[in-house]
Design a protein around this ligand. Structure first.
Ligand code: C5P
Length: 212
C-alpha cells in the first residue's frame, strides 16, 4: 500500500506520516528533506538561492545519508528549500529516487508536496493535512523554542504566510490537494486525535477500493 500525505508548512503532515508508517509497518520518506538538503548545500557553497544550475547539480548527486536531518529542519533551511523546490530542474533530478522509494515491494508512506500527484498518483490513500495559519504558526513557534531557535510569534506567522504564498503561486507543483485526496483539518485536533482521524481516512479509502 502507498500512502501520500501533503499539506502546507507546519501542518503536522510529517508527524502524521511517520505515525502512519509505524502503524502499517511501512518505510517512510519525508520528501521535504530532499529539497532541504539541496537548499542546505547551496547555502554551504555560498551560492545565491536563485542559482538554479548549481541547485540542479546538487540535486543530481544528493546523498541524504550524508546530511544531518535535524540540521536540515532549521528555519533558514526552510526558506532555501522553498526556493529550490520551485526549480523544475531540481524537481526532475529528485523524481526517480522518490518514485523508486514509493514503488518498493509492500509500499511506503511519503509526505510532501507532489507525492500524491506526480510521485505516486497510483497511491491507495492520499491525505491533505491542513490547519489554520495561526495554529500552524503556534506549533512551529513551540517547535523552534524546543530546538533552541527562539523566534517571535509574529515573525513565525509572517514566515508561514510567505511560504504558503510562494508554495501556492509557483508554477511547478503548487500547493494544492490532489483531486482524490481527503482533506484533514487538524486546527482543533491534538496529535492523537489527528492520528485517529488519519487512520480512519486510510481505512475508509481501502474499504472503498475493496468494494469497487
Ligand atoms: O515539508 P517541508 O517543510 O520539509 O518542505 C520544505 C519545502 O520543500 C516546502 O516549502 C516545499 O516548498 C518544498 N517541498 C516540495 N515538494 C515536496 C516536499 C517539499 O516542493 N515533495
Amino acid at each position: 500500500m502507498i500512502i501520500t500525505v501533503d499539506g502546507p508548512a507546519a501542518s503536522g503532515k510529517g508527524t502524521l506520516a511517520r505515525r502512519l508508517a509505524r502503524h502499517y509497518g511501512l518505510p517512510h520518506l519525508d520528501t521535504g528533506l530532499l529539497y532541504r538538503g539541496v537548499g542546505y548545500l547551496l547555502l554551504e557553497r555560498n551560492r545565491a538561492l536563485d542559482d538554479a544550475t548549481t541547485a540542479e547539480a546538487i540535486a543530481q548527486s544528493l546523498d541524504l545519508t550524508k546530511l544531518d536531518a535535524d540540521a536540515l529542519r532549521a528555519d533558514r533551511i526552510s526558506e532555501a528549500a522553498s526556493y529550490v523546490a520551485a526549480m523544475p530542474g531540481v524537481r526532475a533530478a529528485l523524481l526517480k529516487m522518490q518514485q523508486d522509494f514509493a514503488r518498493q515491494p509492500g509500499g511506503a508512506v511519503l509526505d510532501g508536496r507532489d507525492t500524491g500527484t506526480v510521485i505516486a498518483p497510483e497511491a491507495e490513500a492520499k491525505l491533505f493535512v491542513t490547519a489554520s495559519p495561526e495554529e500552524r504558526a503556534r506549533r512551529r513557534h513551540v517547535e523552534l523554542a524546543t530546538r533552541r531557535e527562539p523566534t517571535e510569534y509574529c515573525e513565525v506567522i509572517a514566515d508561514i504566510r510567505k511560504r504558503d504564498e510562494r508554495d501556492s503561486e509557483r508554477s511547478v507543483a503548487p500547493l494544492k490537494p490532489a483531486p482524490d485526496a481527503v482533506l484533514l483539518d487538524t486546527t482543533q485536533l491534538d496529535i492523537e486525535a489527528a492520528f485517529r482521524a488519519a487512520i480512519a481516512i486510510v481505512e475508509a479509502t481501502r474499504a472503498g477500493r475493496a468494494r469497487s
